[in-house]
Design a protein around this ligand. Structure first.
Ligand code: GCO
Ligand code: MG
Length: 398
């Protein structure tokens, strides 16, 4: 039996965002696995769970028993399915899958049943302060081979974003939902006019408008034939989806903030969403994600896993393996990592010709340069961008 010999947690912020990496060493010399446990805004809490509670529980256990270990960690604290705990589980889970792939001499997509497509198509982001700048970014992305674009004004509601309001790209502290709703329709109309039918479009409402306004916006976008619109309502308001569904045909994508199967199972079963957008580490890793992919397949829903920058390239690689091997794959989100991150994570999946590509290395194929990571220590500033306010000062969902 090959057993777990040691577990190490690394925190690093190569391009400003805190990332959490878990390394599981085994009793077999040189054999180890890497997992992503990134909950960027609670990174230290995740590290504490793994080091204080998981490590003593796991040392000496058989690395081959992924299902058993996953469930053990899930139920260990009795209360379960929260994002902090799930991220801790994910770090171990992905590392164990990496080890299993290395032992089998197979890339994860082979362990998962083998490739059922030749390429994993992605959508890229085109966010800027003005229509002309969004169009210029869109031209660039299309030139690179991308056929699906996600677009928005950087200031969320304002064509000419006031830089003072911006914390991060695509985020503002204060915004006006009513002007957002009108501006996004006119931006998408300009894009459709420029590119005709050869490009597909996506936009992310990010739960930032109230459900009745979301319904109006989804209806206004219907003539533009969107690929999908993301997060029209918050998870707390998901019953509104029935109403939106009944009154309009704009496809719906949802799920990046989900952490509990009880949140996504009914939405898939009742076909209230078209694309399931889970964030793999927030649900507990590859083990629950492959089950969610099969659930989606059963009900004719497609996947579009969350592919943001607040996850390591390890998580991006793991979901790309699943994309290759899953019948329910729809599309993959891809931002493109800044240079320090790819330096810290050799083997980051490569973007080319509108798609993500993987080497056929055993496991997930991404490594971690511990020495390079040390040059980018984590920060402990509480995040600010989630404090989103309406013009009258009311706090809204971010
Ligand atoms: C997306 C997301 C992200 C999130 C981010 C939060 O669809 O890509 O909404 O941009 O805002 O992951 O930290
Ligand atoms: Mg989103």
């Amino acid at each position: 039996m090959i057993s777990i010999r040691d577990i190490t947690v690394f925190l690093t912020a190569p391009d400003g965002q805190n990332l959490v990496v878990v390394r599981v060493d085994t009793s077999e010399p040189g054999l180890y696995g890497l997992g992503c446990a990134t909950l960027a805004y609670r990174a230290f809490a995740v590290k504490e769970i793994i080091e204080r509670y998981f490590k003593p529980l796991l040392i000496g256990r058989d690395v081959s028993r992924i299902e058993d270990i996953w469930k053990l960690l899930m139920v260990n604290a009795y209360w379960r399915n929260g994002p902090v705990g799930n991220n801790a589980v994910s770090g171990i889970d992905m590392a164990l899958w990496d080890i299993k792939g290395k032992l089998a001499g197979m890339p994860l997509y082979d362990l998962l049943g083998g490739k059922c497509r030749d390429r994993v198509d992605v959508y890229r982001h085109c966010n800027a302060g003005s229509t002309d700048d969004v169009l210029a970014l869109a031209e660039e992305a299309v030139e690179s081979g991308c056929k699906t674009l996600r677009v928005a004004y950087t200031g969320f509601d304002a064509p000419e974003a006031d830089a003072a309001y911006l914390c991060l790209a695509n985020r503002c502290k204060q915004y006006d939902p009513q002007s957002y709703r009108k501006n996004i329709v006119s931006l998408l109309s300009s894009l459709r006019k420029r590119f005709g039918d050869r490009i597909q479009f996506i936009t992310d409402i990010h739960e930032r408008i109230d459900p009745p306004d979301a319904l109006k916006l989804m209806q206004a976008l219907q003539p533009l034939d969107m690929y999908f619109v993301e997060d029209p309502v918050s998870p707390e308001q998901s019953l509104w989806l029935k109403r939106i569904r009944a009154l309009c045909a704009t496809p719906i994508a949802l799920g990046e903030v989900f952490s509990h199967p009880g949140e996504w199972t009914p939405l898939v079963q009742e076909r209230l969403i078209d694309f399931l957008r889970l964030h793999l580490s927030a649900i507990g890793g590859l083990t629950p994600a492959r089950k969610a992919a099969v659930l989606a397949e059963t009900y004719g829903v497609r996947t579009a896993w969350h592919g943001s920058l607040d996850m390591t390239p390890i998580a991006l690689a793991v979901q790309t393996h699943l994309d290759f091997a899953s019948q329910s794959f729809g599309i993959q989100e891809y931002y493109g990592y800044p240079p320090h991150t790819t330096e810290v994570f050799p083997g980051t999946p490569v973007y080319r010709d509108g798609a993500l590509w993987l080497e056929d290395t055993p496991g997930h194929g991404v490594t971690f340069n511990e020495e390079a990571a040390r040059a980018f220590p984590p920060h402990s500033n509480p995040t600010r961008w989630t404090e989103m306010r309406l013009p009258d000062g009311t706090l809204h969902a971010p």
